[in-house]
Design a protein around this ligand. Structure first.
Ligand code: NAD
Ligand code: UDP
Length: 319
């Protein structure tokens, strides 16, 4: 068993990764500056002897005493409204933060996995997206701060692999959902469920014909664990290929929640990708991985989670 550093540990995905690595018997150090995360996501771990938490901004030099076997770099704002609000920090954590994590991995002789994203494909011209597609990103558009930071992250990670022989892994994550997402983070699933629970109309951006493919968090975590333990240094897509239009997704949430609210249409944000669906042939072949949780099952669990939150969470303003 190893000693693992997880950056972004207080966030949605980071906290689930902490749970998984502890369950596998590892020692886990969670690191976070809480800019979009919440310690509530980790409070169930504070009594766990194999868990430590460091409050730190990874865009600044990272000091961790002792050995490390693995680093998972997940720190970064991830929701469009978050990275539009804190664009410079987003660029810094994807670039300087990644550089610091890579330097730490080199110093500790640790294997590192970085969280990349389907956003590196931008508004894709190839569908579904395969790993050898280079993407269609507007570097100076509003989403550029996130997309280009993540593209730089991949380039930097590959350079450490090629020039320093560091053991690196790059996971390209497609839209993932599940318990511990923030109800007010602006992403489509918490937005729709929050609206249904508050008795508001569901806001579909554009005409709702744009598509996404939603992966349940447990499936994603399994794919990440397998990728880390594999010997594949090239980027691998991990996501659920079950594609749906946002308009149809709103109808699914209306059925799931039983709300009598309707759909209303708002302007489509600039550069919003029109189609997104992972080609997961590589993950199937190299990792023997594919998603197991259907959208119907995953949505039910996630809805139960949101319903169980104290009512004030429903009316909390964004970070
Ligand atoms: P999140 O906002 O819930 O978690 C991100 C965490 O990183 C937060 O706890 C935040 O406080 C922390 N953080 C941000 N900047 C930091 C810094 N400079 N130093 C230390 N901590 C910092 O988002 P998430 O959905 O859990 O995303 C986690 C990672 O996965 C991100 O790197 C994101 O780009 C990637 N990703 C997520 C998705 C998805 O669908 N959830 C899709 C693609 C990629
Ligand atoms: N979206 C929407 N209504 C909302 C929030 C988002 O129609 O209240 C749309 C958004 O324009 C995008 C899709 O849902 O087309 C997914 O948005 P999200 O922010 O969840 O993720 P991303 O665009 O990064 O995939």
């Amino acid at each position: 068993m190893g000693r693992v550093l997880i950056t972004g540990a207080a966030g949605f995905l980071g906290s689930h990764l902490c749970d998984r690595f502890l369950a596998e018997g590892h020692e886990v150090i969670g690191m976070d500056n809480l800019i979009t995360g919440d310690l509530k996501n980790l409070e169930h771990l504070f009594k766990e002897e194999r868990f430590e938490f460091y409050h730190h901004d990874v865009s600044k030099f990272i000091h961790v005493p002792g050995d490390l076997d693995y680093i998972l770099h997940f720190a970064s704002p991830a929701s469009p409204i978050d990275y539009l609000k804190i664009p410079i920090q987003t660029l810094k954590v994807g670039s300087l933060g990644t550089h610091n994590c890579l330097g730490l991995a080199r110093a500790k002789n640790a294997r590192i996995l970085v969280a990349s994203t389907s956003e590196i494909y931008g508004d894709p011209h190839v569908h579904p997206q395969t790993e050898d597609y280079w993407g269609n990103v507007n570097p100076v558009g509003p989403r550029g701060v996130y997309d280009e930071a993540k593209r730089f992250q991949e380039a930097m990670t590959m350079a450490y692999h090629t020039y320093h022989g560091l053991e690196t892994r790059i996971v390209r994550i497609f839209n993932t959902y599940g318990p511990r997402m923030r109800l007010n983070d602006g992403r489509v699933l918490p937005a729709f469920i929050g609206q249904a629970l508050r008795g508001e109309d569901l806001t579909v951006f554009g005409d709702g014909s744009q598509t996404r493919s939603f992966c349940y968090v447990d499936d994603l975590v399994e794919g990440i664990y397998r990728l880390l333990m594999s010997d594949c240094a090239d980027p691998v897509n991990v996501g659920n290929p079950d594609e749906i239009t946002i308009g149809d997704f709103a109808e699914e949430i209306i059925k799931l929640t039983g709300t009598d609210q309707k759909v209303i249409y708002k302007d489509l944000p600039k550069d919003d990708p029109t189609q997104r669906r992972p080609d997961i042939t590589k993950a199937r072949e190299i990792l023997g991985w594919e998603p197991k949780v259907s959208r119907a099952e995953g949505l039910k669990i996630t809805y139960e989670y949101f319903k169980s939150l104290p009512e004030e969470e429903l009316y909390k303003k964004e970070h």
